[in-house]
Design a protein around this ligand. Sequence first.
Ligand code: ADP
Ligand code: MG
Length: 575
Amino acid sequence: MNTQKRIQKLDTKTINQIAAGEVVERPASVIKELIENSIDANATEITIELKNGGKTLIKIIDNGLGLHKDDFGLVFERHATSKIAKLDDLESEKTLGFRGEALASIASISQIEFASNGNSIDENGSLNPKPMASGTQVAVKNLFYNTPARSKFLKTDQTEYKKCLEIIESYALAQPEVAFRLIHNEKQILNLPKADLKQRIADVLGQDFASKLLKIAYLSKELTITGFISKPELAKDRAYNQHLIVNGRPISAPYFIHAIKNAYGSTVFPQEKPPFVLQIDINPAEVDMNVHPRKEEARFHFQSMVYSKLMQAVKHTLNENILTPKMDFSLKNAESFMQQKSIEGLKSIPPEPQIQNSMKMFDPSSFEREKRSLTEAQKEPETTLKPIAQVANSYIICRSEDGLVIVDQHAAHERVMYEKLKEEANKKDPQTQPLLVPEELELSRNELETLSEAQKILEKIGFHIEPMPNKKISIQAIPAKFSKNDLHELIHGLLQDLEENAEFKKLDQIEDIVINYAACRGAIKFGQPLTIDEQIALISQMETIAHKQYSCPHGRPTMISLSLDDLEKEFKRRK
Ligand code: ADP
Ligand code: MG
């Protein structure tokens, strides 16, 4: 039947539950809203207590001004706020909240107790006296208990916990003058005293990291930019520790991250991302925080002005601090660098020198050695494909029985590495190489958590890692197939990859992520020059994995062939 449905007004609870869909995505979003409220109430100490990654309990205790005794009836009302009275007020207010919808949303999808200066109210509106220290305490229990469809989208406790930690750390960086404490399942995780930004960075991101930063203080009449950027050598292939804070609020801002990256120019490789913690302070009239449901983005009235100031500020600091890159053209240096970067399994081949810096320069010794390595050519492995040349330091052109084959060097080698590691993981005793000097490395709290989940599989493929005090770990042994160089990068990157694929539970899924990552890291890079011998060695390794050689582990092709037939057609020799 096709009966018309009538319009009806939704009741308040349903309205709030719908609104909650935008504001509250997961426990971490509740924490964010509650922290913002505490900061807006001028709190100088904030304690966060969580149970089960925040799913069953999120409790925030602050020492702020608290709620006016006559306002209890309004805290869970939608569009009720003490922060603005009209939209224009946003232009002068620097408060983090202003929409008056967070508590209403949270109260509609959880069991909540909001207590302030001696009184409390729950989600049903029942008011009670409550003996307590001055300030505010909000306890949110059983998030999404009455909206099961939404609770289904929650991930494991561990994953939710990590999201909570992330958001708390980002606010801790944005508000160094506020002391933060975090307790998860009765265990104290963070205890950050009031600090200056530099000290806060050390407390949150690690002392090692903090000691490698460059300070920025850029003042102009439109805005100020303060904080820290990293020396170019800290830039990595992954985005880590990139914190942009606008008027005390952490935001995500790819556009401005681009400005910062741009300022580094050729001191970092194109795919690398420099870490930073930067605060932009600007007249609130110049920035619109009302563009994202969770206020995670900012729109400036003069986007391009902010972009260019940011770029200018970073450039200036880099120019002042970074001395001309050191280049050592001695053969010894070039060779030791190549050994570091030398390709697993292709080590016997004399390396082609490279300059470690992003600015590649001509090394007069390379030409001589190239010639030598060719004339001294060993018994070459017999391959079906015959490499002829490398193009753009990325593709190997080969002669085949039937025409021409173009090999993507990275994809091909990645597949080879993947197969070898997979084979290793299936053995009872993985081949490991103990490190003579164990490598120590500082991890973030998140990384430590991820590591503990992946520990078993890492051991299965040949890692031996011991925890140490102060968020450090000691790497005692690594899989035999791995290069000892760049271990820090390998571990950080691996943990990051595991985190991005956070919903792993089964060991073999973790295993696949680890092997995939290691294969990708260990493989010859796109853009890496290869001697003809190295090209031959790669092709011969590729041919040992038979039918698997045709695609990389991600399913992209490793080679494209052009048969003589195809060529004839292309050249219109044949119809
Ligand atoms: P908003 O922050 O946008 O005003 P909320 O729903 O988050 O909206 O909070 C509603 C009101 O409750 C706030 O405007 C504020 O007056 C009061 N409030 C919330 N949390 C606190 C707190 N920790 N201390 C004092 N007042 C608070
Ligand atoms: Mg708020």
